[in-house]
Design a protein around this ligand. Sequence first.
Ligand SMILES: [Zn+2]
Ligand SMILES: [Zn+2]
Length: 249
Amino acid sequence: MKYDFHLHTQYSFDSRMTGDELLQKAVDLQYDEIAITEHLDLLPQELSIYGLPSLSKYQAYIKALQDKYPQVKLHKGIEIGDYHQVRDFAQNLIAAFDFFPILGSVHFVSEHLNVAIPLKKPLSPKEVEEYYLHNLKLASTCEIDVLAHLGVYKRYYENAPDESSALPILKDIFQVIIERGIALEINLSSLRKPYQEVIPEPLYLQMYRDLGGSLFSLGSDAHVLEGFGDAHIIAERLGIESIAPRRRR
Ligand SMILES: [Zn+2]
Ligand SMILES: [Zn+2]
């Protein structure tokens, strides 16, 4: 099965890809399913810059694209940033929209430390632990289908950092998502960045499997057209079955 469950288009503040070019490429490459997962970022420091997106307009946009490109199943997904910090607000906002998949992702370790963008300096071991504790809280308390880009702060690193002090937290995260039926995203954006490896890395994917985890979600996290189109090849390389997650609610 060819699918990609993490894609950003013009509705995300940081993407210029049009829905039409994405869908046309998905049709050309004979994808079975894709999910557009625009950002929903609701922390005060983000809202003051980007404001609230119109989810009604977004919904209409997805419907129009699906009508125009019936060859590919198009999911109306969403990536909720730092969901656990804005949980009730976010839940109320999305209640009427039936989004799937809902990706939960951690972008901020503290108010001014956004780890999804190039960092001024590598995170300290303490900050790494905090980063994973945020993921644990998110996975434990929020209604999500997919835990997205776990380890995102490493994307701009050249080499893998020592994360040994955070390993117990990572194990807890895996246990929680296994118990709750949340899929673990294999995020491909770091392959296109200095890190040159998927996140979580194969070592962690194995740790998740060893704990009994089997639900994966492939996400290129593409913001430009060139970033989309090879998820199934990478899944095969990793020995992951390419089967899209299903609704857990
Ligand atoms: Zn993200
Ligand atoms: Zn994303």
